[in-house]
Design a protein around this ligand. Structure first.
Ligand SMILES: C[S@@+](CC[C@H](N)C(=O)[O-])C[C@H]1O[C@@H](n2cnc3c(N)ncnc32)[C@H](O)[C@@H]1O
Length: 242
C-alpha cells in the first residue's frame, strides 16, 4: 500500500468514528487514557525550557491532549481529519482555558510550520498511524527549537507474565467486537490491535527518535507497558542538512 493510500485510509477511518471517538476511547480504556495524558503533561512540565512554551500537538484529533497542555502554554493542535477537528473545536469553545488552543488542519508528514518554531511538540496515539514513522519524527524535530521537548504517547504490548495474556485476550478478541458494536463501523477497532502489533517496540522507537536528531531520549512504560511514553530533546540542527 502506498503512503498516500495508508494516509487516506487512516483519515477516512477516523472521520467515520469522530462523533463517538471520545466515548469509545474512555470506555474501552476504562478511562486510563486520561491518566496517561496527565502523565504526559506532568513529564513535559518538568522539562520545559521556557516559562511559557509554544506547544504543538500533532494528530490532536478531538483535542484532549491539546486541552490538557493548555495549562502549560498556548497550544496549536493539528490533524488531517476534518470531522475529528470539528469535535475538537466544539470542545475548545466550551472549555475554560488557561491559555489559547487553536486547531488547524494539517498533515503530520508535511507540517506547515517554520523550522524551530515550537518549544514543545507532543503527540498521542498518532505515530502508529503514520504512513512514515521516521518522517513523522523528523518533522517533529524540524519544528522544535534546539533544546525543545518532544513527548510521544502510544500503545505498546505488555510483556509482564500475568498481565500480557489477559491484555492480549482483551485487546485482540474483546475490544474489536465492542468497538464495532458501539461505533457501528467495522474497520477501526480491528485496525487498532493490528496497528499496535506491527508498531515498533519502545527500544526501536527510541533508536528512531535518536536517528531523527533527538537527544536524551528515554521511554517510560505505562500501565505495565500497555502504553509507552517517549521523551526527548531536540539537538542542534545538522549543519549539512539541505
Ligand atoms: C487515535 S487518534 C488520537 C487523537 C488524539 N491525539 C488523542 O489523544 O485522542 C489519531 C489521530 O491522528 C490523526 N492522524 C493520523 N495520521 C495523521 C497525519 N499524517 N497527519 C495528521 N493527523 C494524522 C488522525 O486523524 C486521528 O485524529
Amino acid at each position: 500500500m502506498s503512503n498516500h493510500d495508508k494516509s487516506r485510509g487512516v483519515r477516512d477511518m477516523f472521520g467515520a468514528i469522530a462523533g463517538r471517538y471520545d466515548f469509545l476511547n474512555h470506555f474501552l480504556s476504562a478511562n486510563i487514557d486520561r491518566r496517561w495524558r496527565k502523565i504526559c503533561v506532568r513529564e513535559v512540565g518538568g522539562r520545559i525550557p521556557v516559562p511559557v512554551p509554544r506547544i504543538l500537538d500533532i494528530g490532536c484529533g478531538t483535542g484532549d491532549l491539546s486541552l490538557a497542555f493548555s495549562d502549560l502554554g498556548p497550544v496549536i493542535g493539528c490533524d488531517f481529519c476534518h470531522p475529528m477537528l470539528c469535535v475538537g473545536a466544539s470542545k475548545v469553545r466550551h472549555s475554560r482555558l488557561s491559555r489559547p488552543v487553536e486547531l488547524l488542519e494539517a498533515d503530520a508528514l508535511l507540517l506547515p510550520f517554520a523550522d524551530a518554531s515550537f518549544d514543545v511538540v507532543v503527540s498521542a496515539f498518532v505515530l502508529r498511524n503514520l504512513a512514515d514513522i521516521d518522517r513523522g519524527l523528523q518533522e517533529m524535530r524540524r519544528i522544535l527549537r534546539p533544546g525543545g521537548v518532544m513527548s510521544v504517547l502510544d500503545f505498546g504490548m505488555p510483556r509482564m507474565p500475568v498481565l500480557a495474556p489477559i491484555y492480549r485476550f482483551y485487546f485482540l478478541r474483546v475490544l474489536p467486537k465492542l468497538g464495532k458494536i458501539i461505533s457501528g463501523v467495522e474497520g477501526p477497532y480491528g485496525y487498532l490491535p493490528a496497528s499496535v502489533q506491527s508498531f515498533p517496540s519502545a527500544e526501536t522507537l527510541k533508536e528512531k527518535a535518536e536517528l531523527a536528531g533527538f537527544q536524551n531520549v528515554k521511554f517510560k512504560l505505562l500501565t505495565g507497558g500497555v502504553a509507552v511514553l517517549l521523551l526527548g530533546n531536540a539537538g542542534c540542527p545538522d549543519p549539512n542538512r539541505t
